[in-house]
Design a protein around this ligand. Structure first.
Ligand SMILES: NC(=O)c1ccc[n+]([C@@H]2O[C@H](COP(=O)([O-])OP(=O)(O)OC[C@H]3O[C@@H](n4cnc5c(N)ncnc54)[C@H](O)[C@@H]3O)[C@@H](O)[C@H]2O)c1
Length: 278
């Protein structure tokens, strides 16, 4: 199992969206163990506060910030509040995401909309707002020189293996996760002159509340399987023959946020035990 590298993110400030549970919570714990000050930017206030409390045990400053990432005004307020408290933002992990699996024919404009709103609008405008702040943090003389001497920020967006191939029972979700890869490439190119790195990760199967729901809808309801059976069958199809842990994903995200990844930008990294190989 991957283990955090002590001090890797010492003195750095990270906003991690959707970090109240699941993968985001794992990343928040991992980053805190690597010395980062973490903003738990999360829709569920109770979970945000619980995670922030948990992180303080690692000796770092953690801020619970209840936010709906699709509320652009609130995201703007969050960025201003984070800068007021911590003085800067070094890393953004755009992890918050929504999945509502259902057969393709059952999708309506009403069920399509919230997925797009969170996974695309929310992710894009959070990236845009934080990136503007990262650019504002670059000294004027560096901007005038036209090329930054070192990285001035790291952004990691959450795509999925569903952003690599279509999903008949999660068409809206899959569309957004393909879109995340496009946003990543656009932003990486736009922000390259500032040496701000933008990459995406594409996780495979991580047992979280999101996957519990996939098991319920696709396994239990659609195929009459027992709880957990669809997840198990899906795990058997993974070349490495196991599900990912949140730490598997956190280790990849942490690497992309580190100086070791200064020369990596615009990439979408599969972290999936070999499900997708392109
Ligand atoms: N679990 C997997 O197997 C898997 C696979 C591929 C990609 N992903 C992606 O990884 C990310 C995390 O997934 P997870 O499995 O931990 O999901 P999860 O549903 O268990 O947790 C998602 C978290 O995001 C928060 N959130 C949702 N909408 C929000 C909003 N509008 N504003 C702020 N917070 C919001 C939720 O409250 C929750 O705490 C998602 O982007 C997901 O699409 C997950």
């Amino acid at each position: 199992m991957p283990t955090p590298s002590a001090n890797r993110h010492q003195g750095k400030v990270a906003i991690i969206t959707g970090s109240g549970q699941g993968i985001g919570r794992g990343i928040a714990r991992y980053f805190a163990q690597e010395g980062a000050q973490v903003v738990v930017a999360e829709f569920n206030k109770t979970n945000a506060e619980e995670v922030a409390h948990e992180l303080s045990a690692f000796g770092v400053e953690a801020l619970a910030y209840p936010v709906d990432v699709s509320d652009t005004e609130r995201v703007g307020q969050m960025v201003a509040d984070v800068v007021a408290q911590f003085g800067k933002i070094d890393m953004l992990v755009n992890n918050a995401g929504l999945s509502r699996p259902m057969p393709l024919f059952d999708l309506t404009p009403e069920s399509w909309e919230p997925i797009i709103k969170v996974n695309l609008n929310g992710l894009f405008f959070t990236l845009q707002t934080v990136a503007k702040q990262m650019v504002a943090q670059i000294p004027d003389e560096v901007k005038q020189a036209g090329r930054a001497p070192h990285s001035y920020g790291k952004i990691v967006n959450f795509s999925s293996v569903a952003g690599r191939s279509g999903r008949p029972y999660d068409a809206a979700y899959s569309a957004t996760k393909w879109g995340v890869i496009s946003i990543t490439q656009s932003a990486a190119t736009y922000l390259a002159p500032y040496n701000i790195n933008v990459n995406a990760v594409c996780p495979g199967l991580v047992p979280t509340p999101m996957w519990d729901n996939i098991d319920k809808v696709q396994g239990q309801k659609r195929q009459g399987l027992q709880p957990g059976e669809w997840m198990q069958k899906s795990i058997e199809a993974i070349p490495l023959k196991r599900a990912a842990t949140p730490e598997d994903i956190a280790a990849a995200v942490s690497f992309l946020c580190s100086s070791e990844a200064d020369y990596i930008t615009g990439q979408a990294l599969n972290v999936d035990g070999g499900i997708e190989m392109n």
